[in-house]
Design a protein. Sequence first.
Length: 323
Amino acid sequence: MRNGALLAILLAVCAGNAVDLDTIEVWRQLAFVVVAVAAYLHGRHLPARRAWQLFLAAAVVCAGFAVAEFWVGVGMVAALALFTGLPWLAGRFRRQQAELVAAGQDRVARLQRERELVEEHAALRERARIASELHDALGHELALLSLRAGALELLPDLPQRHREAVTEVRAGAVAATDRLREVVGVLRERAAPGPPVAETVADLVERARAAGMTVTAEFPPGHLDGDVYRVVREALTNAARHAPRAPVSLRVRSERGGLEVSVSNPLPDPLDGGAPRRGTGSGLAGLRERLRDAGATLAVHDDGGRFTVTARWPATPAPGEGR
């Protein structure tokens, strides 16, 4: 219903009242009904801004007829106010009610989408965390298994058939490590903080030594941060995988009120047939992101003869167990 249509109806009613039409009183009553319906539709479907223009125009028309015949004009204005204003207000109420319902439905739908996005993001972060833990923990165990198999391979009194079996075990452990890195690389994104680790850095070093690694370690007594454990584990895993017979140096010390962890090992000489195998780097990349979220830094140095992983934590907050 446009303003022009309703204004035309109002003009017709004004004209009918201005002319002496006592012989067709029914028409006059019907006209007011039409005005009421038109006003309701106007308030129901059109913005309020346009309605004020309509009522202003209607008031001007009524004022003009009131000047021509005062008492008829006054009665007509009162009737138009009743049959136009009240239906319009009813239509306006229905419009606002419908708008509120639509806005509520939109808000519910938006909140539902946001909740689904939050749940999806939480699931992705949990999946990334599990992938990160699988890579770090299982990859470390596979690297130690490969190292043990390599040590057995070098025993001089090992029968040939056992040597071949050990070679297959070592090759399978290396292949499984590579496959694990590929799978984890697909699943991994920035992982959420992992749960506290039960094993200590001292336990980790002892297991590495028991597997045949030569590890020189210096670290303060007591519990260390869970991320310190993860740095040491990743560094030992890389050393066992890429330089299995090289000695590893581990040092954990306080520096300017903070904490520094340094793990280094010499790279095998390619002339001795010990060319290092290139990894994907996903383990160190994921560890760097984890430490960055915790306010720490991770640096990797490879000068061609020695590989060093260095992690630093700021002075505050001080690392605590189960980070």
